[in-house]
Design a protein around this ligand. Structure first.
Ligand code: AMP
Ligand code: TRP
Length: 346
């Protein structure tokens, strides 16, 4: 489909986060903070806790439920207003799984084997023994997005390949059925922190599943924990340089500068202008102060919200009803396009 055809879709943002563990500073800077900015720009925004994606690897049921509530609390504490954005958990809108099946029949197995996330998650293991869901994961993700005819998807850098696949699946569906039905979605990968790295190893992504808790800042960490993790973050002995180019071979230093820039809403160049010539003895306390000032109020608010799980569940239920109202007609049209009889009275 051409961009001109795409222009017939109204601007709508969709994004998702897996409730497969506590959220990290990487999720906050790469996703949540930007989700809030998009909401505040007045674009229609739909945000989803993708619990069906989470179970592509084993999740303890009670922990999954608790983590889903905690992630919902993080969204709200970070500034998502569930009356302005739609906030819900994926499994409450069954159309996601239904559209995913149709897209499973459009996408090719080879496309799935090429996904680096699949390769990473099965590295060193017997891939044949991973769940079928883990392989089909990107096709469910395409369903999440296309079910709402979303035109833009804000994500971190690691999701780029999945979004390219979503475009391929939409284009193949449109081509195979000779329709202009699904939009060719635009990835929004913007800002200084689209890839926040581990505090222990500047070449590894900060991740909720890293065995080392010191490698990440969790959104539930209190002020002391945040400050201590930044103080202990791995760095080098050199002072900060004047240009970003000089940070090329200093991944840990580069990461901390990027984190500072993203938290302050500045360009990394502006951060270097201020701190050039200073060592980490000066930079780390400044970064810790900024991180605590931004994140401690979020973790405090999350705690307050999590004290009332029934209220969180009510919010997610309302979000699911609003999401369903958009999704159902699009699913019905999809089923019609592929040739299913739709004759039930209800
Ligand atoms: P996940 O936690 O894998 O469900 O990711 C949810 C969102 O957070 C996606 O948009 C990711 O790209 C983003 N994200 C996860 N980890 C990072 C990171 N270390 N840096 C930047 N963005 C991240
Ligand atoms: N795969 C994404 C991740 O792990 C989560 C996700 C699922 C998603 N469905 C989505 C992100 C739809 C954006 C849009 O980060």
């Amino acid at each position: 489909m051409t961009d001109a055809a795409n222009a017939s879709f109204k601007p709508r943002i969709f994004s998702g986060i897996q409730p497969s563990g506590g959220l990290t500073l990487g999720n906050y800077l790469g996703a949540l903070k930007r989700f809030v900015e998009k909401q505040d720009e007045g674009i229609e925004t739909i945000y989803c806790l993708v619990d069906l994606h989470a179970i592509t690897v084993w999740q303890d049921p009670e922990r999954l439920r608790a983590q889903t509530r905690e992630a919902a609390a993080a969204f709200i504490a970070a500034g998502i207003d569930p009356t302005r954005s739609i906030l819900f958990n994926q499994s409450q809108v069954s159309a996601h799984a239904e559209l995913a099946w149709i897209l499973n029949c459009v996408a090719r197995i080879g496309w799935m084997y090429r996904m680096t996330q699949f390769k990473d998650k099965t590295a060193g293991k017997n891939a044949e023994n991973s769940s079928l869901g883990l392989l089909a994961y990107p096709s469910l993700m395409a369903a999440d997005i296309l079910l709402y005819h979303a035109t833009m998807v804000p994500v971190g850098e690691d999701q780029k390949q999945h979004l390219e696949l979503t475009r391929d699946i939409a284009a193949k569906f449109n081509h195979d059925y000779k329709v202009d039905f699904f939009p060719i979605t635009e990835p929004l990968i913007e800002g200084a922190a689209t890839r926040v790295m581990s505090l222990r190893d500047g070449t590894k992504k900060m991740s909720k599943s890293d065995p080392s808790d010191a490698s990440r800042i969790n959104l539930t960490d209190d002020a002391d924990a945040i400050a201590q993790k930044i103080r202990k973050a791995r760095t080098d002995a050199e002072p900060l340089p004047e240009t970003l180019a000089e940070l090329k071979d200093r991944p840990e230093a580069r990461n901390l500068v990027n984190i500072y820039a993203a938290l302050a809403g500045e360009a990394p160049e502006a951060v270097l202008e201020r701190f050039a010539g200073h060592g980490f003895g000066a930079f780390k306390p400044a970064l810790a102060e900024l991180a605590v000032a931004t994140l401690a109020p979020i973790s405090g608010e999350m705690k307050r919200l999590m004290a009332d799980p029934a209220e969180i569940d009510r919010t997610l239920g309302e979000g699911a009803e609003r999401a369903d109202a958009i999704a159902q007609p699009i699913l019905a049209q999809t089923l019609d396009i592929v040739g299913m009889i739709r004759s039930r009275a209800d």
